[in-house]
Ligand binder design. Structure first.
Ligand code: PGA
Length: 293
């Protein structure tokens, strides 16, 4: 059984910073407002439209079979589920998964509105085919496509301008991990990539902590260690904004998440969901992840 959100919050160990009625919301109340969010990033998979639609159909059939799964946005007690198919498959995947309350997102956009940018896709385009989320700053885009923090910041702002929600990915490489500078790297990326984003817009921003050394490698960051980084990211948000933003922003963990590791991760006080690559290409694995215990 999935824990009701209120219970999840009270088991988090967070203590209220005020008990005054009608005063600022307590940390417990703010944590309780963090709806779990599971995202499947298909990356450049599967290789044909037929396979993509099979995957979407298989996933929906399993979600239906699992009695305590409800993949709705904004429904109390439900886990929000988002799929990120490759561009050519977005519309048809949305037609299939939308019926189950699963939303779709875009793995990438360019920050210009339109024009002579061969091969690029604009925020308005993915919005017009029904995307609600856009991945920004994924480590594969940073490493393989030279996405700089300046460009990522422009994308985050463009996504928000078009009424969509960015999932901002941050995390340290293996070398940075070995140097012990995880916190410095995350603080730098969060502050640069969110520069100029208003407190009001932060309600639509999701952050994904993805240690690069754990992505696609089978190496999972221990749940405790990931949770410490999530807590640290909240301190960065508190400095940039305030405690309310720090406690209400949803922070996912990403990096080799599997059905075997998801329950331990989701039991952590500051992990609000997972960004899943490899395992999201198997409908049974991803359905189990969305239905974490
Ligand atoms: P992985 O990918 O689950 O295959 O490690 C995660 C990601 O890149 O978002």
């Amino acid at each position: 059984m999935k824990l009701p959100l209120a219970l999840l919050a009270t088991t988090s160990g967070a203590s209220a910073f005020t008990t005054v009625n009608n005063g600022p919301r307590s940390i417990t109340e703010l944590s309780a407002s963090r709806q779990p969010i599971m995202a499947g990033n298909w990356k450049m998979n599967p290789t044909t439209e037929a396979d993509a639609l099979n995957l979407a159909n298989g996933f929906c059939a399993l979600l239906n079979e699992m009695a305590d799964t409800c993949a709705m946005d904004d429904v109390e007690g439900c886990t929000e589920v988002v799929l990120f198919p490759p561009f050519p498959f977005i519309s048809k995947v949305k037609d299939i998964v939308g019926k189950e309350g699963v939303t779709v997102g875009s793995q990438q956009v360019y920050y210009e509105d339109k024009g002579a940018f061969t091969g690029s896709v604009a925020a308005s385009m993915v919005k017009s085919v029904g995307c609600e989320y856009v991945l920004c700053g994924h480590s594969e885009r940073r490493a393989l496509f030279s996405d700089s923090d300046v460009n990522i910041n422009s994308k985050v702002k463009k996504v928000l301008e078009f009424g969509m929600k960015p999932i901002l990915c941050v995390g340290e490489t293996q070398d940075e991990y070995d140097l012990g500078i995880t916190q410095e790297v995350c603080a730098m990326q969060v502050s640069k990539d969110l520069a100029g984003v208003s407190k009001k817009d932060m309600k639509d921003v999701v952050i994904a902590y993805e240690p690069v050394w754990a992505i696609g490698t089978g190496l999972v960051c221990e749940a405790d260690a990931a949770n410490k980084v999530h807590k640290f990211i909240r301190t960065v948000l508190a400095k940039m904004y305030d405690e309310e933003v720090a406690q209400s922003t949803r922070i996912q963990y990403g990096g080799s998440v599997t059905p075997e590791s998801v329950d331990g991760l989701m039991a952590m006080s500051d992990i609000d969901g997972c960004l899943v690559g490899g395992a999201s290409l198997f409908s049974d694995k991803f359905a189990r992840i969305c239905n974490f215990q």
